[in-house]
Design a protein around this ligand. Structure first.
Ligand code: PEP
Length: 249
């Protein structure tokens, strides 16, 4: 039985004040929600404010990146241990914006995944194809390669890993994948995980869908067998739309 997980990815949005206001608005909207795990990933500078505002709520705090070394002369970077210190349970890794804009490749992502796990933080590993790759019928191949490279030498840890299937063409575009297509790809991802690990281990890993998720479409995704939650960008910025997604039932 996989507990549904809904994760907010705020990207480079919200001040510290905005973060506190968001939490004040969100908490009453989520009262009584017990069957869904919720995590919010703000900018690094808002982590302490978010942690304080969420204290005692059960909502988890996550980060949007880390560096693979634990400490040292790496100007401008944030280490996994610093994220642990800041109360992070999760870290988003391999997001297409970091792959495309910051030039992160699978070797870098693999180092980050391993560093997160070494520090006890659960990576939310994002994989997904571009529109051109989908149109060229390469979606499966691309995602399979990302998984095998990003998870190279990563041993299975119970509850230790989340995968987010995020077709690049659906991120921030308002054009979501159909639930059928998302299920086809998340089912395929689970079969890849069953080859990298064991079938029962693959069955325990949560796989999220991400790409223009909204309160209006979350239920169709959550009805699919291999979709265990959502990674939400734009619609996570307002407390009411994020709460509408968390309350998908
Ligand atoms: C994302 O950035 O991970 C994402 C899914 O964004 P959006 O929900 O805005 O498409």
């Amino acid at each position: 039985m996989r507990t549904p997980l809904i994760v907010a990815n705020w990207k480079m949005n919200k001040s510290i004040r905005d973060t506190e206001t968001f939490v004040q608005d969100l908490l009453p909207l989520l009262s009584g929600v017990t069957e869904v795990e919720v995590a919010v990933c703000p900018s690094f500078v808002s982590l302490p404010a978010l942690r304080g505002a969420l204290s005692g709520s059960g909502i988890r705090v996550g980060a949007q990146n880390l560096f693979w070394e634990m400490k040292g002369a790496y100007t401008g970077e944030i280490s996994p241990l610093m994220l642990v210190d800041a109360g992070c349970s999760y870290v988003i890794l391999g997001h297409s914006e970091r792959r495309q804009i910051m030039g992160e490749n699978d070797a870098i992502i693999n180092r980050k995944v391993r560093a997160a796990l070494d520090a006890g933080i659960t990576p939310i590993l994002c994989v997904g194809e571009t529109l051109q790759e989908r149109e060229n019928h390469m979606a499966r191949e691309v995602v399979k390669e990302q998984l095998s490279r990003d998870l190279k030498d990563v041993s299975f840890a119970p509850g230790g890993m989340v995968i987010a299937y995020e077709p690049v063409w659906a991120i921030g575009t308002g054009v979501n994948a159909s639930s059928d297509d998302a299920q086809e790809m998340t089912g395929f991802i689970r079969s890849c995980l069953a080859r990298l690990y064991r079938r029962e281990q693959a069955e325990s890993i949560r796989i999220l869908y991400g790409g223009s998720v909204k309160p209006e479409n979350i239920a169709e995704f959550m009805a699919e067998e291999d979709i265990d939650g959502a990674l939400v960008g734009g619609a996570s910025l307002q407390a009411d739309s994020f709460a509408g997604i968390v309350r998908f039932k």
